[in-house]
Design a protein around this ligand. Structure first.
Ligand code: NAP
Length: 273
């Protein structure tokens, strides 16, 4: 028996993440007339008219994307429960900190019949360069798998995770990561300005160094340590900077920054259970 083709996507929530995903889908050729959006106060987004009623949206779509704040998800799920139980749409939740178990519990679907995916994208989604960690506790049909991958690749790239617990680490690493990178770059730029470089030049140099280094590491099979060694000659300029970083325990500081963020993600997940 062939699976019914799922073709229309409904976004519950029209905020930053929904916007990024919708723009990505359109840019990647997904038909705009197969995308529906609902949110209570927002009326328009780009060329879309936004529905104010989640149930009216859910009746018309095959895929539901939950893109609301965590404190709103329960009421959204409870409102849509009868429709979800009946239609069993493919569900994708990008809501931080709410487990698939919790969602199935609200749906009274302890047997996990409705297909559900949980994803943690990051803000480079706004320019189609997100990296998304994604997990599903269900065995997806080939159609649902292909469709979910099409949706995720519309905002960048994605990595499937074997365990849902990894999503807390993903949240602390790549979810919060853009802010950490901006923070580090800001410190580097401010020092260059302080020492006399014009701001615009300092900013361009730092940002392009970040992008270039990341692309070099991504395209190389060498380890990050080896790539570091390759620009570090004994008693040279890079050596001087790295020695200072070691003396001030910069690696440990950055590690504790990631740990604090991951621990907070775990705390938020536990609170919502
Ligand atoms: N931003 C990130 O970097 C990021 C990364 C990964 C995951 N996430 C997750 O993505 C989710 C959305 O984040 P965001 O930054 O896009 O949030 P946001 O900009 O605050 O958007 C939330 C949207 O939800 C709508 N909404 C509120 N109550 C609703 C209801 N009862 N039914 C339907 N829609 C409702 C709001 O509509 P009105 O404005 O009309 O009230 C708004 O459009 C969050 O759970 C967040 O944890 C965000």
């Amino acid at each position: 028996m062939t699976q019914k083709q799922r073709t229309s996507i409904g976004f519950i929530g029209a905020g930053n993440m929904a916007k990024a995903m919708i723009r990505g889908l359109i840019q990647s050729g997904f038909p705009a007339n197969q995308i529906l959006i609902s949110a209570p106060n927002t009326q328009f987004l780009d060329n879309f008219t936004i529905l104010s009623n989640n149930s009216a949206l859910a009746k018309q779509v095959d895929v539901l994307i939950f893109a609301v704040k965590p404190d709103v998800l329960k009421s959204v799920i409870l409102e849509l429960k009868p429709l979800i139980q009946e239609k069993k749409p493919l569900m994708i939740s990008i809501v931080a900190g709410i487990s698939t178990d919790q969602i199935y519990h609200w749906l009274e679907d302890e047997k996990r019949v409705a297909p559900l995916i949980r994803a943690m994208p990051n803000t480079p989604a706004l320019i189609n360069q997100a990296i998304t960690g994604v997990f599903t506790p269900t065995l997806l049909s080939a159609t649902d798998l292909a469709l979910s991958q099409q949706i995720l690749s519309a905002i960048g790239s994605y990595i499937w995770l074997e365990k849902e617990a990894f999503l807390d680490i993903v949240t602390g690493l790549s979810g919060s990561g853009p802010a950490f990178i901006f923070y580090i770059l800001e410190a580097m730029i401010s020092q260059a300005i302080e020492m006399g470089l014009p701001e615009a030049i300092a900013k361009t140099l730092a940002l392009k160094t970040c992008v270039g280094s990341a692309n070099l590491a991504l395209s190389s099979d060498k380890s990050l340590s080896l790539l570091t060694q390759q620009v570090t000659s004994k008693n040279g300029t890079t050596f001087a900077g790295l020695e200072q970083a070691k003396a001030l325990k910069l690696a440990e500081t950055l590690q504790s920054m990631i740990a604090a963020s991951v621990n907070r993600a775990k705390e938020i997940s536990t609170k919502t259970h």
